[in-house]
Design a protein around this ligand. Structure first.
Ligand code: ATP
Length: 229
């Protein structure tokens, strides 16, 4: 489980995270939902130790972050972080060299699934193809948790459907997935837990299936309720 408790972060004297608390369990897909600037990416970056925070506690599998604990998490940022001159196969080799839990068979499988050309240069990939490679690099590590920042952003409908298939496959089944989005409509059927962020605060946190059963509301219904209020 990833546990975030009372996380506070300031940028230029402004509170961008104002006491954020939630958990993301293994075997579930948890989605941080919020408008632009709500603080979603900052939460992921704080968990990964990429930005310092003022106060609060982060636990991963019950342990505080450390280099060994961070090996259990793969972070897939909103844009690919590899140099443009690199070829796809070189990016995979780089990952294999730098990450202990790299799974080459899975990487090959995902390359074939997304029909990525191993010889293509990264700079020449379209936005959507780049997003798919970004997913291949993150999901080919055998980690307990995967953090994804806006995995669907800028991607055409058919590619989104292909990426959605990955979410329902055994690739993420046993892992804990924490992702962010501001476009919930097509993520709705994929996610188990919804955490709504607004101006650095958690305003709703619920089990999506229970919400549908108990109150007959979809995540989008709740979103309208929260943000139009
Ligand atoms: N490096 C930075 N310096 C100053 N302010 C920042 C910095 N990074 C983010 N912020 C501010 O922190 C707030 C939260 O940003 P964050 O990127 O976490 O939002 P978000 O919910 O992920 O938004 P989006 O959906 O647009 O990606 C925003 O108001 C943003 O302007």
């Amino acid at each position: 489980m990833i546990e975030v408790q009372e996380l506070r972060k300031r940028y230029r004297r402004r509170d961008v995270l104002d006491g954020v608390s939630f958990t993301a369990d293994k075997g579930r897909i948890t989605c941080l939902i919020g408008m632009n600037g709500a603080g979603k990416s900052t939460v992921l970056k704080a968990i990964m130790g990429l930005v310092p925070y003022r106060s609060g506690t982060i636990r991963i599998g019950g342990e505080p972050p450390s280099p060994a604990v961070m090996e259990k998490i793969a972070f897939i940022p909103d844009r690919l972080m590899m140099p443009g001159g690199m070829r796809v196969r070189e990016a995979l080799a780089w990952m294999q060299e730098h990450y202990a839990r790299w799974n080459p068979a899975r990487a090959e499988e995902l390359l074939a699934f997304f029909r990525l050309d191993p010889a293509a240069r990264i700079a020449q990939l379209s936005r959507g193809t780049e997003a798919k490679l970004n997913l291949v690099l993150g999901l080919s590590r055998d980690t307990d948790y995967v953090l994804m920042d806006e995995p669907f952003s800028g991607i055409d409908m058919l590619s989104r459907e292909q990426i959605a298939d990955v979410f329902t496959s055994e690739l993420v089944e046993r892992r804990g997935v924490l992702l962010t989005t501001h476009e919930i409509a097509e993520m709705e059927r994929l996610i188990d837990q919804a955490v709504f962020l607004d101006q650095g605060r958690v305003v709703r946190d619920f089990d999506c299936e229970r919400m549908r059963e108990d109150e007959g509301k979809s995540v989008v219904d709740v979103m309208r309720e929260v943000y139009r209020a």
